[in-house]
Design a binder for this molecule. Sequence first.
Ligand code: PLP
Length: 450
Amino acid sequence: RTPSNENGVESLPKIPHFSHTPAPYNGPLASDLSKRRKQYLPTIVGTYYTHPLNLVEGKMQYVYDENGRRYLDAFGGIATVLCGHCHPDVVEAIVNQTRLLQHTTVLYLNHAVVDFAEALAAKMPGELKVVFFTNSGTEANELALMMARLYTGYHDVISIRNGYHGNATSTMGTTAQFFHKFNVVQTGIHHVLNPDPYRGVFGLDGAKYANDVQDIINYGTCGHVAGFVAEAIQGVGGVIELAPGYLPAVYSIIKKAGGLFIADEVQSGFGRTGSHFWGFEAHGIIPDIVTMAKGIGNGAPIGAVVTTREIAKVLKYAYYFSTFGGNPVCTAAGLAVLNVIEKDELQQNAHVVGSYLKDRLNSLKEKHEIIGDVRGRGMLLGVELVKDRKLKIPAKDENLHILEQMKDMGVLVGKGGFYGNVLRITPPLCFTKEDADFLVEVMDYTMSKM
Ligand code: PLP
C-alpha cells in the first residue's frame, strides 16, 4: 500500500515502515456515498477532490480509504487530530468512559469533567483558571464574546479582517473573510487591517497595523469596546503569522479602551506551534479569555473557554448552559490528549520536525517559482502559491491541482487563504522527519510536473 501512481512515482521515497493493516471494508463505496450525500446533504461545504475520498480508517498520521490505500494525513483531520488518528490512549479513555457513563451534564458531579478542567487550568498562565466547556470552537468564541460584553458593559467588538472564529451569529460577525457576503452579520463588530507580513500594506511593521485598531475605536465606537479577538496564527485564513509587535501593541490599545483580549487558540493551542503550548505565548501577552477546540479532544467534539475568576463571575447573572458541553466522554478524551502530549513529547516533536519541514519547504521555494511564501510555526505551516512572485497573483487553480495530485500520490494537505491559494499543513504532532521528507518529495514532484 505504498503510494504510487501511474506516472512512475517509484523514485519517491517510501513512507517509513508502519505496521498497520487496515481491516477489510465491506461498507458502501465512494460512488454510492457521493450520490447519496448530494441528495441528502446538499447544502454543506463541497468535498475535496474530483473523486472524493471515502476514508474508513485512521491510524496515527495515516488514513485509509475503502480500498485499503494509505494516505499520509498532513492536514491532520482538519487540524483536529493532535496525537494521531485513533491514538490508543485516547481511544481507551473514550471507550472506558463510554462504558461507565456516556453522558451527564454539569448539573451533576463527574470526575472526568473536573479532572480535565483542572489539568487545563494548570496549563494556563496568570489568573486564567476558570473553565467552561462547549462542543465546538464556534460556541467557545460565542461564549467568550458574550462574556466580554457582559463584563465590560460595552457592545463593540473588534476582529481582524482575515480571521476565522466560527459560524454562529457573533462569530460570523467576527469572521469577515466569509460571512459578510451573506449579509447575516451583527452590528457592533468592526474589522481591522490584517497584519499580514506577506500581503499587508505595512509589511512586517506590527505597530503600524495596530494603529488601525486605535482608528476604529476612535471613529467607529463610543471610545470603549467590549473586546478584541484574534488567532495567534490565522489558520483558515491561510496560516498567517501576525506581524511582529502587533499583538502587544493591540493589547495595550484594547486595555485603554476598557476591553478584554480574547485569544482564539482553536488551531494554535495545545503545542501545535511547537515553540509554545499556546500561540499567544510567543507574543508575550496574557489574554483575558482563551478559547480552544479542534485538537483538544483529538477529534472528539469539545471546545473550552478559560478565563479569570473575576470575569467568569458575570455568568452568575446570565444564563449559560450546554447539554453536551463538558460531557464526560469528550473530557476524558481531552485529559488523555494532554497526557499523550506530555508522554510522547509531542510539543517538542512539533518544534523539531516542524522546523525541519519548514526549512525543507523553504528550499522548495528556491526551486519552484510558484511558491510565493512559506510560513507558520511548528506543525501549523502554510505554502502560498502565486502565478507571479512580484505581483503576487494568487494561484488558486494551481493550488487545487497540487492538492489533487498530492492526494493521488498519497499525501493529504488542506487548502485555505482568502484567495484559496494556500496549502495548509497541519499534521498530527506525531509526524516524523521521514513523513516530512515524503511530503516535500511529493510536493516537489507535483510542482515539477506543472
Ligand atoms: N476558531 C478558529 C481559529 C478556527 O479555525 C475554527 C474552525 O476552523 C473555529 C474557531 C470554529 O470552530 P468550529 O468549527 O469547531 O466551530
